[in-house]
Design a protein around this ligand. Structure first.
Ligand code: UDP
Ligand code: MG
Length: 311
């Protein structure tokens, strides 16, 4: 018997929880019961609504359901990690609670897994019900990060994926605090493949990824997978030095060979402001990395679990 663990991060998902649980159970019970059994792990990421209550209810009725309750909101990527840390499966599937990723696709993923793939990710063909802004930013983001970084993160994928135990253990051995799960999984390698699906619109409720969280995810992705911003900083510093050097030659020339050396106030102001701006920008980039070094070096646990239910 192979155990399939399904990890579902939940943050304020009371509107979708019941339906999500129902559809996941329906799908997973279609698996051949002589070959597979499953566990369903809901991670309550510090929800402020009744999500925890609903998870607890499901646990009392269904012994396949387990719950991890965080002490506060730690974020989607950390919630996924906690679920995976605590699952026992021969493979694990991560799926969003909002039914944007159709549970039925899990069956196709399991099939691919049986064909011998270590990681099967869901690739979005169509995305219904997303704002044009989100579609555009997501599209360009993936192309941008792939140019910057040394790992190839598959285009148009999210965190909906299946991992074999072996690949999963490798992923879990990476304990960095700034986590961009898709990138980390691309980084571990192994035999990876995908199944395509149409991403549906959210079953109910609203997105739990406001612009601020999207920005944080994007900067975690870029800064943890690439030193290119640092190289850009060096390049910009180098380019301004060249301009500054030309300016110095010019100033000396004007002072020595002409009489109009009081002129040039405009140029002076421009260069002071420009160089000041560039220095701050470059410092900011370096600061982002230093901040992350600080964050990593504290070696805090990635998350704090208030209680584990049903384990
Ligand atoms: N989520 C979470 N913690 C957060 C934000 C989101 O666990 O701080 C969960 C959320 O409940 C959902 C999944 O992550 O299951 C994806 O979030 P959402 O659907 O809101 O993101 P979107 O699909 O809009 O990008
Ligand atoms: Mg969603």
């Amino acid at each position: 018997m192979k155990l399939i663990s399904v990890v579902v991060p939940c943050y304020n998902e009371q509107e979708v929880f019941a339906e999500s649980y129902k559809r996941l159970t329906e799908t997973l019970s279609q698996l051949d019961a002589t070959k597979y059994h499953y566990e369903l792990i809901f991670v309550n990421d510090g929800s402020k609504d009744n999500t925890l209550l609903l998870i607890n209810e499901a646990i009392t009725k269904d012994n396949k359901v387990k719950g991890i309750n965080f002490s506060r909101n730690f974020g989607h990527q950390i919630a996924i990690t906690a679920g995976l840390d605590n699952c026992k499966g021969d493979c694990a599937v991560v799926i969003d609670a909002d039914l944007q990723d159709p549970p039925a696709v899990i069956l196709q993923m399991v099939q691919k897994w049986e064909e011998g793939y270590d990681v099967v990710f869901g690739k979005r063909e169509e995305r219904a019900g997303e704002s044009a802004f989100k579609l555009i930013t997501a599209k360009w983001f993936y192309r941008f990060i792939n140019r910057l970084s040394d790992v190839d993160i598959p285009l148009d994928t999210g965190d909906f994926r299946l991992m074999d135990r072996n690949a999963l253990n490798q992923f879990l051995s990476m304990r960095e605090s700034y986590r961009f799960v898709r990138g980390m999984i691309a980084w571990i390698g192994f035999n990876q493949t995908f199944v395509t699906y149409d991403r549906e619109s959210r079953f109910a409720g609203t997105t739990k990824y406001p612009f601020k969280k999207m920005l944080r995810l994007a900067s975690d992705a870029i800064l943890s997978f690439s030193n290119t911003p640092l190289k850009i900083a060096t390049f910009v510093g180098f380019a301004t030095s060249i301009v500054a050097f030309i300016g110095i030659l010019y100033a000396i020339y004007m002072r020595t060979f002409t009489n109009n050396y009081v002129e040039g106030w405009t140029l002076l102001m421009i260069s002071i402001l420009m160089i000041g701006g560039i220095i701050l920008l470059v410092l900011g980039i370096i600061g982002e990395y230093v901040g992350r070094i600080y964050g990593e070096i504290k070696q805090r646990p990635l998350y704090i679990i208030k209680d584990k239910i049903g384990f």
